[in-house]
Design a protein around this ligand. Sequence first.
Ligand code: ATP
Ligand code: MG
Length: 263
Amino acid sequence: MTVPGPVVLSVREMSIRFGGLVAVASMTFDVHEGEVLSLIGPNGAGKTSAFNAITGYLLPSSGDIVYLGQRLNGLRPDAVSRLGVVRTFQKTSLFGGMSTFENVLIGLHKRSTQQPLAIMLGLSSVTRDEELLASRACEVLAFVGLQDRAQELASALPYGEQRLLEVAIALAAEPKLLLLDEPVSGMNPSEKASFMATIGRIRQLGITIVLVEHDMRTVMGASDRVICLNQGHIIANGTPQEIQGHPEVIRAYLGERSVRAGR
Ligand SMILES: Nc1ncnc2c1ncn2[C@@H]1O[C@H](COP(=O)(O)OP(=O)(O)OP(=O)(O)O)[C@@H](O)[C@H]1O
Ligand SMILES: [Mg+2]
C-alpha cells in the first residue's frame, strides 16, 4: 500500500445544475499527487460534468475547485490548462482533415509563447521554436506508440488510435494533472491492455491521473483509488477491491442494467 502524496486538487461541495436537473450534487473529493484516481458510475452520473467544471468548460453552480492552492472556478479552459490541468474528451475532438503530427502541433501551438506577428514575419526565434515544437510532437507521438502514423490523416486512424492521439495532444500540453474521459472506449482488448501500460508510463513521468471510465478491467487494473458516482452523488470512495464489493455500487450498476434491459 503506497502512502498518498499531498493533495493537488481539492473539490469542495461542488454542485452543477442544468435548469432543474442536478447533474452533480455537493461533491467533495481530493486528488493526491502521483495517484491514479478513477471516477466511475452509470450513464448520466455526472462524471463528464465534473470534468467540465474542473477544466473550465462550465462554471459550477456552487462549491470550490482548488488546484495547488489556486481556485479554478471561473477560469477559462486555456488558463486551467496552462496551470497544468489538462483533459481529454469523451467525444473525439481531433482535426480529422489534418495529419496526426499536425494535430499534436496545433495542441503545442496553443502553449507557444510566440506572438502571431512574429510568426507572420518568420523571425528566426520562430523558426527555432518551430523546430523545438516539431521535435516535441515527435516525442509525444512516440510515447504513445503513434510514431509510424505521424503523416496519416487523423480521420484515417482506427478509432483506438484516435483515442491515443488525444492522449498525445494532452501530454504535449505538459500536464501535471491529466483528466482522461473514457480513453479506452472503442479500443479492442489488446489496445486496452497496452493503454493500461501507457497509463503506468504516464504516472512514471510524475503526472497525476483522474480517469473516467466504464471499462471495469481498466479501472480495476489501473487505479489506486476509485470514486463511484450515482445521480450526481458520491456513493463510494475506496480501493478497487473495496469498490468492487460495495453494495451500493453493485446496486447502482444493476439498476442501470435492468433499466437498459427494459429499453
Ligand atoms: N449541457 C447540458 N445541458 C443539460 N443537461 C446536461 C448537460 N450536460 C450534461 N447534462 C445532464 O447532466 C447529467 C450528467 O451528465 P454527464 O454527461 O456529466 O454524465 P456522465 O456520468 O459523464 O455520463 P456518461 O457515462 O454517459 O458519459 C445527465 O443527466 C445529462 O443529461
Ligand atoms: Mg461522460
